[in-house]
Design a protein around this ligand. Sequence first.
Ligand code: AMP
Length: 129
Amino acid sequence: MASIFTKIINKEIPCYKVAETENCLAFLDINPNAEGHTLCIPKKEIDNLFDLDTELYSELMVFSKKVAKALKKAVPCERIAMSVIGLEVPHAHVHLIPINEMKDITFRNKKTFSEREFINITDKIKACF
Ligand code: AMP
């Protein structure tokens, strides 16, 4: 069965898209730790990030770096943290999370945003590339 992220890639379910290349996609996490919490994924459905071939892994990292730079400009924060977990969705992804302190990266303090707020932050990040 296709992963929920493959359904996003195939436009079967919506997302707040931040950036896209031929092989990678970035969109806002729907249950974010912080404003601007973004997921960067390869379009190829592979469960474990470290099972990507080196070329695609490198491409995803370069893509994630570009997204992180735009995110840092768009969201006031101390720095952008990168995290790899994958316990919930079996489709490789990198979390990019604007943080100010250690608790922002714990995945325990979740933030809620309205659809309008998600759209506004998406537009803000897109304008920073
Ligand atoms: P994990 O697999 O543990 O790294 O967590 C998966 C992440 O994907 C969680 O932070 C979820 O909030 C996020 N997530 C799950 N479904 C969606 C979706 N449809 N759109 C955006 N983010 C999602």
